[in-house]
Design a protein around this ligand. Sequence first.
Ligand code: NAD
Length: 457
Amino acid sequence: MSEHNFDLVVLGGGSGGYAAALRAAELGSTVALIEKDKLGGTCLHRGCIPTKALLHAAEVADSARESAKFGIRATLDGVDMTQVGGYRDSIITSKWKGLQGLVKARGITVVEGEGRLVGAKTVQVGDDRYTGANVVLATGSYSRSLPGLEIGGRVITSDQALQLDFVPGKVAVLGGGVIGVEFASVWKSFGADVTIIEALPHLVPNEEESISKQLERAFRKRGIDYKLGVRFQSVAQHENGVVVTLENGETVEAELLLVAVGRGPATQGLGYEEAGVTVDRGFVITDERLRTSVPGVYAVGDIVPGLQLAHRGFQQGIFVAEEIAGLTPIVVEDVNIPKVTYCEPEVASVGYTEAKAAEKFGADRVSAYEYNLAGNGKSHILETSGSIKVVRVNDGPVVGVHMIGARVGELIGEAQLAVNWEAYPEDVAPFIHAHPTQNEALGEAFLKLAGKPLHAL
Ligand SMILES: NC(=O)c1ccc[n+]([C@@H]2O[C@H](COP(=O)([O-])OP(=O)(O)OC[C@H]3O[C@@H](n4cnc5c(N)ncnc54)[C@H](O)[C@@H]3O)[C@@H](O)[C@H]2O)c1
């Protein structure tokens, strides 16, 4: 057994953990970063990056399929999933190498192996013990299932869905949240028949209702089938496929069932509770400064209750490193975090929905305006429909922006600056947007709420 001492020991090398390590090293700390698999975690290897590569390939397939509309003669002869997989993996490998280089350049000690908390501030890996003046827990999440629904065979999660080397003929998707709609979108573009099963009344049910409804219409138009407000009951697997039975007695037959009903915190068997860290239903409980119940032990990323997003993990990691260094950084609040769902059409949002803003600030103190992308030149060129809805407090700031349309994810930066800086529409309405861009649509919404509409009534 050998003992090693560091200023900071980080358990888990995903988005939250490696961000904490990079920032702490930059601030002069000695850092041990413990990872059992590959640096980069779910986001780089099994989440954000590979799914977005598939979504981009899907967009290329759609462009080929729809080329005649633009006077371009091309045909979609097929989708070679082996080659798509090669493209996906080349991106992962290049980002992974870049990350390894960055971690090395910052002088971080990477420890390969499975770590376990064995004392308030000590992590054991094999026979070695790593003790930190401070410790960050960042062990991430896993695809969870429903009670009694076993993953295996033709019942898969996003982990297996990302690795498929064929396009299924027909897929059933359980859960119409972010993962469900992104995979439904990819598979449809690649030529599969898709049926989504969602227990709540809308797809992407955490988004603004008018945006969810537009996504439903767009999916219907694309031929993506969905069943809303109905719960899953059981699934039977047979040689060539699955039969999914819903609570209302309906059945859905498919080659595969993708289970996308959320992700659970990966905290079991890691010694957290034994070391005195409070854990509730698997999640590590922290205060707003990300301190756990054990002094000097922090938690970041998907194991902390709230939005499970890579960029939240990055910011929480940076926050903790700066907090430890005594820099009193700004608290990371979920409501200020932008969210993008990369299906076709894309959905992007930041801040309160109109209903949540009314609850928070009072219905009579909130106004909203939804600008239809039909009025935007670039949206016409992209042949997309959709809208941008801005929610404000009357005589007060922008508190929410909600968007749907092709590539609107790229517009969320401006929206999140307005929300995070608590800008009034009157402050941002005079800012000039390049023409023709879809950004102009956000400007049009700000102009309208500032009482000076241009291309709107
Ligand atoms: N683009 C992105 O930012 C991105 C992409 C992928 C995943 N993620 C994150 O990963 C996490 C997991 O994603 P997810 O889509 O699995 O979770 P989710 O919570 O977004 O969606 C799960 C959906 O499953 C539904 N559901 C649950 N039980 C059901 C049942 N018995 N029958 C029918 N429907 C049921 C829920 O109502 C919900 O809408 C999320 O936090 C998500 O934000 C983000």
